[in-house]
Design a protein. Structure first.
Length: 226
């Protein structure tokens, strides 16, 4: 069961959030001040943290900073009455993943929670390294070589290749690549995907253009290089 830590000093709002989250099937733990929230974040290992900014004993920014200082990558969603851009910039710079401004709708909050959990799941499923047809790729170090020759992949090409390798043997649509590699708010068209894949194929080499990445016409691409 997915565990949610709610760090909120307003007892009425905390109770409301707890009830709504439990109805969605989440296991909920509540902390009423920053210090308690930090302790529960470290001890309870939640899957996501809903963190108020204005908290007694230790504010939300300091809690977030302390969590990230320990290299904990649990998604953090700030709950705040402050909607100024400068406040959001501070939160994101400290390692927050998202922000909702009070008063917020329950539907919006649940949608944001689910989006953050999906993103974390994708990160957990990422391939760290792969080898095929004389090509060795280390996605963590962003290194790709054939023998001793550096293939010179760009960050975006590493992302595309990792996504296709992770779904080896499956057809990945152009639209899916746009959503997962460029992001939902990105502007490029599916033609951009085609151009990036074309360049990636050229760098990977092989006996023909479909040696590693097969085009499924009208749909997308499939990795078959292993």
């Amino acid at each position: 069961m997915t565990r949610v830590l709610v760090v909120e000093d307003d007892p009425r709002l905390a109770k409301l959030l707890e009830g709504d989250l439990e109805l969605e099937g989440y296991k909920v733990d509540v902390a009423r001040d920053g210090l308690e929230g930090l302790e529960k974040a470290k001890r309870g290992k939640p899957d996501i943290i809903l963190l108020d900014v204005m908290l007694p004993k230790m504010n939300g920014y300091d809690v977030c900073r302390a969590i990230r200082k320990d290299d904990v990558d649990t998604p953090i969603l700030f709950l705040t009455a402050k909607g100024q851009e400068s406040e959001k910039v501070v939160g994101f710079s400290l390692g927050a993943d998202d922000y909702v401004v009070k008063p917020f709708s329950g539907m919006e909050l649940m949608a944001r929670i689910k989006a953050l959990l999906r993103r974390r799941q994708r990160e957990a499923e990422k391939v760290t390294a792969v080898e095929f047809d004389g090509v060795r790729v280390d996605f963590k170090r962003m290194e790709a070589v054939r023998g001793k020759k550096d293939l010179g992949l760009t960050p975006k090409e590493f992302q595309i290749l990792e996504h296709l390798v992770r779904h080896k043997g499956e057809v990945v649509s152009r639209q899916k690549l746009l959503e997962d590699v460029w992001g939902y708010d990105a502007l490029p068209s599916t033609r951009t995907v085609d151009n990036q894949v074309l360049t990636l194929r050229q760098k990977l080499g092989g006996k023909d253009k479909d040696a590693h990445i097969v085009t499924v016409h009208g749909v997308g691409y499939k990795f078959v290089g292993l």
